[in-house]
Design a protein around this ligand. Structure first.
Ligand code: CP
Length: 311
C-alpha cells in the first residue's frame, strides 16, 4: 500500500512502492493511447503547481499533461517572472503558493535537497521532486524502469550500462538506486573527471567500468547521458570530438551489446556527442517511448499521492 505523502527520491521507495507506480502507470499508459477522450476524473477539483527553477521541456510538460489528463487544474509558475526576481526566498515562494490551497507542488531546483526542505516545512501541500541538483530525478528513473520492463520484462538480472556525465547526473543516481533495488546489474561508465568518487555506492549492484567498450559488452540496455556543460566548472573534459570518440555510442560500439539491446537517453541529447544521431533515430532507440511513458508514470505518481485520499 502506498503511504508516502511526497515523492522526494527513489532512495525512500521500497520495491513494492516502485512496483505500485509501474503497475498504476500501465493503466494510464493505456488510457493515453486511447483514440478520442484521454481524460479520467480522479483528480477533479485538485490543483497541481509546477515550480521549476531550472529549464525543462519533458518533465514540466509531461507533469502538466499528466495532471490535466487526470482532470486536475494546473498552474505553471515561472521563477523568472515571479517575485523570486525581487529576492523572495524559495520557502516564502512555496508557502505563498501553498496558501492558495493548492494540492501538489512539483519542484525542480539546482540545489540537492530543495524539494525535501520544502516537504518538511509545508503544511498540507504534497511535494514531488522533478530533479534536484545532482541528487535525484525519481520520476525519470520510474519512467525508465517502465520502458525497461515493457521491453525486457523482469528487471532482475538485466545488464544496464549507464554512460556519460555520471558526476552531474541525478538521472544516473536515481536509475542506479532503482535498478539496484530491483536486482539489475548496473555498469557506470564515464571519463574519470565525470565520475563521482563514490559511484559504486549507488545501489547494491552498481559497478564502475572505466571503458565504454567494457560497459556496453553484452548489455541489455545502454543508457547514454548528456554532458552537462552548464554544470561543468572549468575544463573537466577534453574536446567534444575526443569525448565523442572515446565515450560516444556509435554503431560499432553498440554492436558489442546484445543484438536486441535498447538505447535510452533521458534527453535533452547532444546529437553526435554522446550519441550518434543515426542510433538516436534508429529502431534500437526508445527515446521517444521514454517521453511517452513519462506522462503515464507522472499520472501514476499524482494518482497515488492524491487520488484515493484527502489532502
Ligand atoms: N529528462 C529530463 O528531465 O528532461 P527535461 O530537462 O527536459 O525535463
Amino acid at each position: 500500500m502506498w503511504t508516502h505523502r511526497h515523492l522526494l527520491g527513489i532512495e525512500e521507495l521500497s520495491v513494492a512502492d516502485i512496483d505500485a507506480v509501474l503497475e498504476r502507470a500501465e493503466k494510464w499508459h493505456a488510457l493515453s493511447r486511447q483514440a478520442g477522450n484521454k481524460k479520467a476524473s480522479v483528480l477533479d477539483g485538485r490543483t497541481v503547481v509546477n515550480l521549476f527553477f531550472e529549464a525543462s521541456t519533458r518533465t514540466r510538460t509531461s507533469f502538466e499533461v499528466a495532471a490535466q489528463r487526470l482532470s486536475a487544474d494546473v498552474v505553471n509558475v515561472s521563477p523568472a517572472l515571479s517575485s523570486v526576481t525581487k529576492g523572495e526566498s524559495l520557502l516564502d515562494t512555496a508557502k505563498n503558493i501553498e496558501a492558495m490551497r493548492v494540492d501538489v507542488l512539483v519542484v525542480r531546483h539546482a540545489s540537492s535537497g530543495a524539494p525535501a526542505f520544502l516537504a518538511r516545512r509545508l503544511d498540507h501541500a504534497r511535494v514531488v521532486n522533478a530533479g534536484d541538483g545532482a541528487h535525484e530525478h525519481p520520476t525519470q528513473a520510474l519512467l525508465d524502469a517502465f520502458i525497461m520492463k515493457q521491453r525486457k520484462g523482469d528487471l532482475a538480472g538485466l545488464v544496464v550500462a549507464i554512460c556519460g556525465d555520471i558526476a552531474h547526473s541525478r538521472v544516473a543516481r536515481s536509475n542506479a538506486i532503482l535498478l539496484g533495488k530491483k536486482g539489475a546489474e548496473v555498469r557506470l561508465c564515464a571519463p574519470r573527471t565525470l565520475m563521482p568518487r563514490h559511484a559504486d555506492e549507488l545501489g547494491a549492484t552498481a559497478r564502475v567500468v572505466p571503458r565504454l567498450e567494457e560497459a556496453v559488452e553484452g548489455a541489455d540496455v545502454v543508457m547514454m547521458l548528456r554532458v552537462q556543460h552548464e554544470r561543468l566548472a572549468g575544463a573537466m573534459m577534453s574536446t567534444t570530438r575526443e569525448y565523442s570518440r572515446t565515450f560516444g555510442l556509435n554503431a560499432a560500439m553498440l554492436a558489442r551489446a546484445k543484438p536486441d539491446a535498447i538505447v535510452m537517453h533521458p534527453g535533452p541529447m547532444n546529437r553526435n556527442v554522446e550519441l550518434d544521431t543515426r542510433i538516436a533515430d534508429s529502431d534500437r532507440s526508445v527515446i521517444l517511448d521514454q517521453v511517452e511513458a513519462g506522462v503515464a508514470v507522472r499520472m501514476a505518481v499524482l494518482d497515488l499521492l492524491l487520488g484515493a485520499q484527502p489532502s
